[in-house]
Design a binder for this molecule. Sequence first.
Ligand code: SAM
Length: 239
Amino acid sequence: MGNKFYVPGEQRSGKVNDLFAAIAPRYDLINDLQSFGVHRLWKRRLIGLAELRPGERLLDLCCGTGDVALAGARQGVRVCGLDFSGPMLAVARQRGVASGLSQSPEWLRGDALRLPFGDATFAAVTISYGLRNLADLDAGLREMLRVLQPGGRLLVLDFGKPANRVLRAFYFRYLRWFVPVFGRCFCGDSETHAYIYESLLHYPEAAALAEMMRRAGASAVRVLPLVGGCMSIHLATKR
Ligand SMILES: C[S@@+](CC[C@H](N)C(=O)[O-])C[C@H]1O[C@@H](n2cnc3c(N)ncnc32)[C@H](O)[C@@H]1O
């Protein structure tokens, strides 16, 4: 069927950028509606699993409108939220100001595939609903591990593919037929949210992603399925 925002190859990043520019003002609202608000719990879980300690630095990649970066900052650590979408970062900046945090995250515009940081800069790297959007997953994972300190934690939250066939069929139908309605109603284009299903089809199963993380240099990789694998958190440490 195809989707105008999912274009493999050289145009992939540009199309993803177009997508998030189009949906940025409604991104948070639609997230709440399509997940029945539960994405907030999953993100809280992600930050809890990062086991952040005072004085550590956290990099939240593909930070979007800032949910995870702000949750990290609330733990009292220094956070950098990086994204390549100006409109998504603009929302994150506003939310940072409104949060009243004494140490709001630093917001940086940049490409997750070419991080503007030296090796071993961060104690933890999180990426929530971001990895699936990268043009090159292997290169993205290698970059994340490069900027992590030895023993640092890498945490990936994203959509998953439930092993249970009945659940998978139901869930995929929800993503394919229902979620695009949010795009049509709030962004005037069903393809903005049909993109989720399309990009998930091209995203690896949980076990295959764990193997990619190991190949990129991660150790102690664990997978935490959420809602029967509809979502998953991959946790790992840098060797
Ligand atoms: C689905 S949103 C996730 C936002 C946020 N992390 C969350 O969980 O709500 C994906 C984000 O990834 C960003 N993104 C995609 N590819 C990127 C890349 N190569 N470099 C930086 N940001 C990227 C998009 O701009 C978008 O803001």
